[in-house]
Structure formats: structure tokens, C-alpha cells
Design a binder for this molecule. Structure first.
Ligand code: XMP
Length: 321
């Protein structure tokens, strides 16, 4: 039986053994996993860790500020922010296939980390890359024995073949609930530890169709409304996460004000889960659904329809791509 403190001790010892007196870069995504992985590595090697936050333009509203403010305040970690919005958008131009998107995003992340490594050369060599890969990420990317590749998580199956870094993955055997307990044990605040999961490829895999700046703006606005209303209704603890998905290549006819519209549907995908390996669709109160629907169709110009995904996992996965 593993206790949380024994997991922390064991992982800190392993990280020290692996990294020695070397230096490590850790990509922070704003999510729990990378936050906890970074905190573990910080405990092991102190300021020989530099965190890199990549703004890939596929973030939700407010996310960048949260990492820059909350995480740095909680940990005192050294943080570099890289504005890579143009780079990711260029790389994703014209791409619609989900696995191709995932591989491009995984590759671009690594290219940004490599550039960060070169920029940090004056401090010393950064040979190690820390990732918050969890056990389910490994399994679902086809890394477990006898498992099928369901989707390539950006930090597992989405890595380029010519990776220059040696990976440090202290959460590789853990599930999300264990990761949260480790985070608490390390003194991370509740706002970070209890944050709902958000995938590394971000909104890029929540636009069904090609990703571009105006579609991202549409989805970001709809997502912000859904999150605001779910929080206001006190439902954050009840749902595991609620992806908001833009069906960018689908249009339907609507009527708004005096006129005909021909806009896009937004899908709400609220799920309840223990570990993301399986999930059930969350029975949200009708009043909350109504508020979200009314606000999105009133406030987000390109959207004239809101639909609810009532599929469990399996057969659906949580994300649409
Ligand atoms: P699926 O869609 O496979 O998602 O049912 C399971 C959980 O994993 C998250 N997810 C990801 N997280 N990188 C991540 O960091 C990824 O590439 C990725 N793909 C999915 C998803 O949000 C859900 O919590």
C-alpha cells in the first residue's frame, strides 16, 4: 500500500538519481499534472529546474495569467513564458485530422522547449525535460502492454522521434486522484490541485475541423461562458470536466432577432469520472443548461445552436478528437 508521503519520497529520490547535478526544463500547461510534476522536481533539484509556459494560442480565457500569477506565487519557481501563438497556428493551418493535429502540437511543444534550452545555455546545460505524464495517458497512447492506441496524448505518442531531451516523468505510474494527493502533500494550493483536467493540445482538439484564429476566438468565448455558469451554479466539484466543442465545419439555420442565421453548433460535454479511463455524462440541471445555451447564442456571434453530448466513455472518449 503506497502512502502519499512514500510516493513523494520515492519519486524525489529517483529524480535526484536520474538528474544528478544536471538541469531540467518543465513545461507547465496550467493543469494539475504538470504543476505537480514540477513541484516534485523542484523539491528534488531546487533552482536547477526552470519551468516553461508555452502560450500556444490554444488556451482558454485567463489561463496564461493564472499560471504566471498563482503557480509562481505558490512555488517561487523560475518561470519563462514563451509566446508561440503564431508558430502553432502556422503549423496547424489546413490540418483537420485529429491524430495529425496531436502529433503537430506534440512536436511544436518540443521545438519550443529546445529553443528555450538554447536560450538558457548561459546558465548551464538543460538536458532533462519534465513531463506530467500519467498512467492513463500512457495506456491510451498505446504505451501499455497489449493496449490499442486510442489517441496520442501530446506528451506520449505525440513526441517527435528526434527528441534531444531525456525525459523525467515522475507521475507515470499514478492516476489523477493520486496526483492530486501528491500535490497537496507538496503544499500546492487547492485552486491548483483541484483544477479540472484540460488537455495539453488545448482548444486545438476541441475545434472539429481546421483550427484558425477566429474559430479559436469563438470557442474561447463559448467556453468562458460555460465555465462561468457551471462555477456560479456550484457544480465544479460534481463534474470531472466539461469540454466545450466547436463544430466548425457544420452549419445550421437559425433565426435570431429578425433575421436568418447560418451559424455553427457548440457541443457541451459535461462528464463525471474517477480517472478519465471511463466516464459518464453528467446530468446537469436544466436551468443551468438553459442559462448556458441562452448566453452562448446571445453573446457569441458565430454560434446559433447549443447541443448536449449524452454519451458515456466508452463508447465516446471525453474529448471529441
Ligand atoms: P479522452 O478524450 O481520451 O481523455 O477520453 C481522457 C482525459 O485526458 C485528457 N486528454 C489529454 N490530456 N494531453 C493531455 O494532457 C492530451 O493530449 C490529452 N488528450 C486528452 C482529457 O481532457 C481527459 O481528461
Amino acid at each position: 500500500q503506497w502512502t502519499t508521503s512514500s510516493i513523494v519520497e520515492e519519486q524525489v529520490a529517483r529524480i535526484r538519481e536520474q538528474v544528478g547535478d544536471g538541469r531540467a526544463i518543465c513545461g507547465l500547461s496550467g493543469g494539475v499534472d504538470s504543476a505537480v510534476a514540477a513541484a516534485l522536481v523542484q523539491r528534488a533539484i531546487g533552482d536547477r529546474l526552470t519551468c516553461v509556459f508555452v502560450d500556444h494560442g490554444l488556451l482558454r480565457a485567463g489561463e496564461r495569467g493564472q499560471v504566471e500569477r498563482d503557480y509562481v506565487a505558490a512555488t517561487g519557481v523560475k518561470l519563462v513564458t514563451v509566446d508561440a501563438r503564431e508558430r502553432f497556428l502556422d503549423a496547424l493551418a489546413g490540418v483537420t485530422d485529429p491524430e495529425t493535429k496531436r502529433k503537430i502540437i506534440g512536436r511544436e511543444f518540443i521545438r519550443v522547449f529546445e529553443q528555450a534550452e538554447r536560450d538558457l545555455k548561459a546558465e548551464g546545460d538543460y538536458k532533462f525535460l519534465v513531463q506530467g505524464t500519467l498512467y492513463p495517458d500512457v495506456v491510451e497512447s498505446g504505451g501499455g502492454e497489449g493496449t490499442a492506441n486510442i489517441k496520442s496524448h501530446h506528451n506520449v505518442g505525440g513526441l517527435p522521434d528526434d527528441l534531444q531531451f531525456e525525459l523525467v516523468e515522475p507521475l507515470r505510474l499514478l492516476f489523477k486522484d493520486e496526483v492530486r494527493r501528491v500535490g497537496t502533500e507538496l503544499g500546492l494550493p487547492e485552486v491548483i490541485v483541484q483544477r479540472q483536467p484540460f488537455p495539453g493540445p488545448g482548444l486545438g482538439i476541441r475545434i472539429i475541423g481546421e483550427v484558425n484564429a477566429s474559430r479559436l476566438e469563438t470557442l474561447r468565448a463559448a467556453d468562458a461562458i460555460a465555465r462561468e455558469e457551471l462555477t456560479a451554479a456550484g457544480l465544479d466539484g460534481e463534474i470531472w470536466q466539461c469540454p466545450v466543442v466547436l463544430l466548425a465545419d457544420v452549419r445550421s439555420v437559425g433565426v435570431q432577432g429578425d433575421g436568418r442565421t447560418y451559424g455553427h453548433p457548440i457541443v457541451l460535454r459535461p462528464v463525471s469520472s474517477e480517472d478519465a479511463m471511463t466516464a459518464d455524462w453528467t446530468r446537469l440541471p436544466y436551468e443551468v443548461l438553459e442559462r448556458i445555451s441562452t448566453r452562448i447564442t446571445n453573446e457569441v456571434a458565430e454560434v446559433n445552436r447549443v447541443v448536449l453530448d449524452v454519451t458515456s466513455k466508452p463508447p465516446g472518449t471525453i474529448e471529441w478528437e
